[in-house]
Design a protein around this ligand. Structure first.
Ligand code: CDP
Length: 218
């Protein structure tokens, strides 16, 4: 039996940083499910497919192969065999991912891949519906959030470090819009699972959040 930790929460809450750290320290694998949605989004953007048009998206999906590989312990996203990990971190792709993720056909496509990874490995998996939908039996569930301003500031710094920052205001607006989309969609909306532990990281350091999750795990 594998040990699964599910971390859900809104954009910019720090899920990926924390999940990566916790996974490393526990020697689990880190599964970034957002990156999977982003990979599909990139492919849709490249083919200029409108994510509001479910029929078009459903037609395109069979040609989109999403798989993952690990390089030095880091998850790499493969789109039809091409490593696209460096191309999926833009806000444009993030927004498209959020739109595409509202479609049942897109979610269905990634469900098996996510479940299978957790069945065969000890994982820290982060996303929006991991505790509620994908891994309802996870031994530990965390709902990680932070205030809108904190999350916008973190996302701003993250993009700035990569040399692709837009304006802070724009990023803040993006985050608000994405929360709205993710929390109010019909299928697998972002919400705290009943048995998830709520963590607000606004006034916590990465170390503190990591330690907290590790101690909950113990
Ligand atoms: O990094 P950030 O939190 O901004 O986003 P992400 O985790 O990379 O996910 C991008 C988008 O994919 C989110 O806005 C969600 O709409 C969607 N997503 C989802 O619906 N379910 C997941 N398990 C993971 C991501």
């Amino acid at each position: 039996m594998t040990y699964n930790i599910a971390i859900d929460g809104p954009a910019g809450a720090g899920k990926s940083t924390i999940a990566r750290r916790v996974a490393k320290e526990l020697s689990f694998i880190y599964v970034d499910t957002g990156a999977m949605y982003r990979t599909i989004a990139l492919s849709l953007l490249r083919s200029r497919i409108n994510a509001q048009n479910e029929t078009q998206v459903a037609e395109a999906l069979p040609e989109i192969q999403v798989s993952i590989a690990y390089q030095d312990g880091e998850q790499q996203m493969l789109l039809n065999g091409e490593n696209v990990s460096g191309l999926i971190r833009t806000e444009e792709v993030g927004n498209m991912a959020s739109k595409a993720a509202a479609l049942p056909c897109v979610r269905a496509k990634l469900l098996d891949l996510q479940k299978e990874l957790a069945r065969t490995h000890d994982v820290v998996m982060d996303g929006r519906d991991i505790g509620t939908n994908i891994l309802p039996e996870a031994q530990l569930k965390i709902y990680l959030t932070a205030s809108v301003d904190t999350r916008a500031a973190r996302r701003f710094r993250e993009l700035e470090e990569k040399g692709m920052a837009g304006s802070f205001e724009e990023i803040r607006e993006d985050i608000i819009q994405r929360d709205e989309q993710d929390m109010h969609r019909e299928i697998a909306p972002l919400m705290q699972a009943e048995d998830a532990i709520f963590l607000d990281s606004s006034d916590m350091t990465i170390d503190e959040v990591t330690e907290k999750i590790k101690s909950l795990c113990r």
